[in-house]
Design a binder for this molecule. Structure first.
Ligand code: P6P
Length: 335
């Protein structure tokens, strides 16, 4: 594959005429995300050397122990984007409510809101396993010039203007869509520049990798376990491979490139599963759809769910289109 050596900035400028409502704000917002990513990447990469590893002893709104890097990443994205006044509001996994972004003279004139999981999979940080950032961008629905409301954040995933993730792995990549396909950029840490390394990413229609926490299988619905047995059987097909990192971004990224399916079902104790609709499932689902893959909450597309709260959870399945259809067959759905 010939790498065009096009930088993220050059790409965004070249494509900005195709952005919905292009007025330069989305260009500034995507570049702002790229800048914040470099700062977080620098901290994640040196976490072991300075006192950035470990827990802060606080519990976040999710009821999860907050890692020091969670808070650093959360603050970095919020500060970077607030200072540039390119969004009118931010909702974060690490914040109980949304944050209104407005300086005195700005008078709420910006039109985009950002939802973000600043550092997903952070429990893996201490053991040096890949982690990620996931983001979702919408155009506000309440009048410009007024403070944002919760309505601006509780939008269906299908309304997303842009969505993407950063994977802090063996290399750092920014993968995003603005509704016209999926493109991946790899950071050259020596230059601090993202280069277009994966143009027009497409997920293979088939795959043989399944990603799920099988430790929960005793509480999965029967269809899930029947599908897992199918994955492990070799009746007339090759056995699948089980690959589960415990970081959604790492598992999704591998399956996007190689083909595969990621599953986080509901369980008897948590019928809605663990993943958050607004800043984990919706952005990943849009990327999957844009890359020719599939996604579902087990009954329909997560992108069609009418959100009811900022941190609501939904069961989530995403992957190669044919594998999602196979799964749906086991979940007794219309194909
Ligand atoms: P479990 C990380 O906390 C996360 O939200 C996803 O990134 C990951 O796929 C999942 O939870 C792991 O959850 O219950 O398997 O440890």
């Amino acid at each position: 594959m010939k790498i065009k050596h096009q930088t993220l900035g050059e790409f965004i400028i070249e494509k900005q005429d195709s952005f919905s409502y292009s007025s330069g704000e989305l260009t500034k917002l995507l570049n702002g995300i790229g800048l914040a990513t470099k700062i977080v990447n620098h901290e994640v990469n040196k976490a072991g050397l300075v006192d950035l590893i470990g827990e802060v002893g606080e519990i976040n709104v999710q009821g999860e122990s907050q890692q020091k890097l969670d808070l650093m990443a959360n603050k970095t994205f919020i500060d970077t984007l607030s200072k540039r006044e390119i969004v009118c509001g931010i909702a974060s996994e690490e914040e109980e409510s949304f944050i209104t972004i407005n300086s005195q003279d700005k008078n709420h004139q910006n039109k985009y809101v950002l939802l973000i999981d600043p550092l997903d999979g952070s429990s893996n940080i201490d053991v040096n396993v890949s982690v990620g950032t996931i983001f979702s961008i919408y155009k506000r629905v309440t009048p410009v010039g007024t403070p944002v409301t919760q309505e601006d954040f509780l939008q269906k995933g299908r309304n997303q203007i842009s969505a993407g993730y950063i994977i802090y792995g063996s290399s750092t990549m920014l993968v995003f869509t603005t509704g016209n396909g999926v493109n991946g950029f790899t950071l050259n840490p020596a230059l601090g520049t993202f280069y277009l390394s994966h143009p027009d990413m497409k997920q293979p229609e088939d795959g043989s990798i399944y990603s799920i926490n099988e430790g929960n299988c005793a509480s999965f619905e029967p269809g899930i376990n029947e599908y897992l047995n199918y994955c492990k059987s070799t009746d007339g097909k090759s056995a699948y491979k089980s690959r589960y990192v415990g970081s959604l971004v790492a598992d999704f990224h591998r399956n996007l490139l190689k083909g595969g399916i990621y599953m986080y079902p509901g369980t008897k104790t948590d019928t809605n599963g663990k993943l958050r609709l607004l800043y984990e499932c919706n952005p990943i689902a849009l990327l999957a759809e844009q890359a020719g893959g599939g996604e579902t909450d087990g009954t329909g597309s997560v992108l069609d769910i009418e959100p009811t709260s900022l941190h609501q959870r939904v069961p989530f399945f995403t992957g190669s289109k044919n594998m999602i259809n196979e799964l749906k067959g086991f979940l007794n759905q219309e194909l």
